[in-house]
Design a protein around this ligand. Sequence first.
Ligand SMILES: C[C@@](CO)(OP(=O)(O)O)[C@H](O)COP(=O)(O)OP(=O)(O)OC[C@H]1O[C@@H](n2ccc(N)nc2=O)[C@H](O)[C@@H]1O
Ligand SMILES: Nc1ncnc2c1ncn2[C@@H]1O[C@H](COP(=O)(O)OP(=O)(O)O)[C@@H](O)[C@H]1O
Length: 308
Amino acid sequence: MVSPVPPTYDSVRVRVPAKINLALKVGPRRRDGFHPLATVYHAVSLFDEVTVNRAPPGRFSITVTGEGAASVPRDDSNLALRAARLLATSFTDESVAGARIEIAKQIPVAGGLAGGSADGAASLVGCSMLWDLDLSPEQLRRVAALLGSDVPFAMLGGTAMGSGRGEEVMPALARGTFHWVLGFAHQGLSTPAVYRRFDELNPRPAVPRVPVALMEALRAGDPEALGAALDNDLQPAALDLQPKLGRTLSAGLELGAVGAVVSGSGPTIAFLAGDENAAVDLAVALSSEGLCRSVRRATGPVPGARPI
Ligand SMILES: C[C@@](CO)(OP(=O)(O)O)[C@H](O)COP(=O)(O)OP(=O)(O)OC[C@H]1O[C@@H](n2ccc(N)nc2=O)[C@H](O)[C@@H]1O
Ligand SMILES: Nc1ncnc2c1ncn2[C@@H]1O[C@H](COP(=O)(O)OP(=O)(O)O)[C@@H](O)[C@H]1O
């Protein structure tokens, strides 16, 4: 029998989704500065695309186009570049690895949608194929966790529970497809600043636990029950830093959303609609209110970082 020859690629394109947090329960700040979380991640159909191309050994470069491209760093703090370098130093003879990385963004920057983490995850998937690395999912997950708390989920996708500082992920049972309307704000919010405000507002937070009602709503595929169970401990902190978000939340609920929540550290707001038609109506009505920079429909869950 002839053993299969692994394909070699000159270039790999990876599509990776944004996430929202259906629940985000936050505990007391740990000694290392992070907060213990009990979260439910949900990947939605708003995607960045990351293409990694062969480059001479030791040479790494990055270009960024699309939504918010001007505010994405091009230096070593870019998560896609950090991911490629980390993978190269961890798993290759550095004399072979190099990458020219192109990011096409649709996920708004600093929106609480984990766009940077998504690009990091996509770069890990793309570079491991480009360099023919034969890594197990667990090896990749460990590198992902080093890059950021949200990166392992961006690799996994779907709907998943997150614990630890968010880096421990486990797929959750969820039925059907949910229809979301995302309201993007005019200005971003800094994740560390929102966690700091959370600490000020909550001197003694409880041990975080995912709400049982939310897991039941997911298992039943019931949008009304899910809408009622959406729960984000960072929401008061985000609203405190951007008070206008409160008006947007109320407007979406008055316009017929079955639930609304600030996504992660914000400022994007995720509105849940009862079905696809309701999502179309809600998106149109919310746009005409003029409270958001822009409004987009998305469905979830969708898969994590995948080559296309
Ligand atoms: C809030 C969440 C919810 O999913 O997402 P975003 O809204 O940023 O997308 C995450 O916890 C963000 O995860 P991520 O953006 O990957 O954070 P990291 O790079 O690991 O950490 C950035 C900073 O956020 C704070 N941080 C992050 C995670 C955590 N469990 N506790 C924290 O206090 C720390 O100040 C840390 O220095
Ligand atoms: N590839 C990237 N795309 C977007 N932002 C990035 C990227 N790499 C690093 N960053 C940095 O991460 C910060 C947070 O961006 P992002 O991940 O989009 O938001 P959030 O943490 O709110 O989900 C940005 O302000 C930017 O400085």
